[in-house]
Write a protein that binds this ligand. Structure first.
Ligand code: ATP
Length: 369
């Protein structure tokens, strides 16, 4: 069990490339923290600095209030699970899991007990005598987790541990790692570029871009209140629709205007006063695909904020349908009920649930509402 404090941490590679910029983060004991962001944003570098595998250029890293910048990886009481599992190919599963314990000169009996306990938790007892090449990807992943578990570390670090697994197994392992976290009651820090993994696994998500933290919050908050355009576009699938608009005030109402279209900004939005600062200015309106409704849809909610768009592509996914819409030169996606009687090329009326809309400053890209 451990808490971590990352204070103004920076990483420069080759003295010039600034890979992680002023990273500040407090991770509580037993948290499941996800570092998420596109390739190259500095997630792995951050994790490796926590592990001690990468030197911290400046800033301070504390584990349980102890400054560990200069503490060797093996003395940090953390275990790391890598994307490629890093199992020893010539050793059995048992020996792979026991390896770290043998180095610590633990007794044979104790090693046996710990490996068996971990194998029980991970459901790999029957695999203990096999070599890694005799295992499936999912089983290898479990062994890699097992090797970390037996060490009973204070912190588990995982770097894209599921990325080599097929889609179905990934979903299964996602929930197994979640259960493991609950069972072990230990701090987990997990790196992924996959927003679905981030949303389904973490108690808190750290969204990164270009070495800079964009937002830190629980999954629901990140989804409902993205701090900026990047987070709004990165989290959520299919991604949020963005429309460049101008805000205008008519009487006591505020509208977002684009082309000949006009959408009413609801006055019940908590921060509507802030939107007033943007009257006459260009903003970006964000609407999630599920908040764009086709008129033909039984759930059409709003007669006031509508526009017409052409259906470019229709993707039937069984439980729902994605409509790819074209409105002048704007591309939009709407999620609608399956079996809607509308065809590609048709122009349909779209209604927007403006209570769910997001507004962003066009220059700073920060959220306004
Ligand atoms: P990915 O999802 O692709 O693994 P990431 O977010 O984990 O990406 P990092 O591996 O942390 O990204 O890399 C951050 C940046 O630092 C990248 O631009 C990368 O090219 C650079 N980088 C990483 N390791 C080194 C290194 N040893 N020397 C120089 N630059 C490096």
């Amino acid at each position: 069990m451990a808490s971590l404090v990352l204070k103004d941490i920076n990483k420069y590679y080759t003295n010039t490339f600034h890979a992680v910029k002023d990273l500040n983060l407090t991770i509580d004991d037993k948290e499941f923290i996800i570092l998420v962001g596109p390739s190259g944003c500095g997630k792995s570098t951050s994790l490796r600095m926590i592990a001690g595998l990468e030197e911290i250029s400046s800033g301070e890293l504390y584990i349980d209030d102890k400054l560990v910048n200069d503490v060797e990886p093996k003395d940090r009481d953390i275990a790391m699970v890598f994307q490629n599992y890093a199992l020893y190919p010539h050793m059995t599963v048992f020996d792979n899991m026991a390896f770290g314990l043998k180095l610590r000169k633990m007794s044979k009996e104790e090693i046996q007990t710990k490996v068996n306990e971990a194998a029980e938790i991970l459901n790999i007892k029957e695999l203990l005598n096999r070599k890694p090449k005799e295992l499936s990807g999912g089983q290898r992943q479990r062994v890699a987790l097992g090797r970390a578990i037996v060490r009973e570390p204070k912190v588990f670090l995982m770097d894209e541990p599921l990325s080599n697994l097929d889609a179905k197994l990934r979903v299964q392992m996602r929930s197994e790692i979640n259960k493991l976290h609950k069972k072990l009651q230990t701090t987990f820090i997990y790196v992924t570029h996959d927003q679905t993994e981030a949303m389904t696994m973490g108690t808190r998500i750290v969204v990164m871009k270009d070495g800079i933290v964009q937002q830190v919050a629980d999954p629901q908050t990140i989804y409902e209140y993205p701090a900026n355009l990047f987070v709004a576009g990165f989290i959520g699938s299919p991604q949020m629709n963005f429309i460049n608009c101008n805000l205008v005030e008519e009487g006591d109402k505020i509208y977002a205007i684009f082309g000949n279209n006009k959408l009413l900004i609801p006055t019940n939005k908590a921060n509507v006063v802030k939107a007033k600062d943007y009257i006459g200015k260009d903003i970006v309106l964000g609407i999630r695909p599920k908040d764009l409704y086709a008129k033909a849809d039984a759930t059409f909610p709003n007669e006031e904020s509508t526009f017409t768009a052409r259906i470019d592509v229709k993707e039937l996914l069984g439980s729902e349908t994605y409509l790819y819409l074209k409105l002048d030169d704007i591309d939009l996606i709407s999620i609608v009920q399956p079996n809607l009687a509308i065809e590609i090329g048709e122009r349909i009326e779209i209604s927007v649930d403006m209570n769910k809309c997001h507004l962003f400053d066009k220059d700073t890209e920060q959220s306004i509402l």
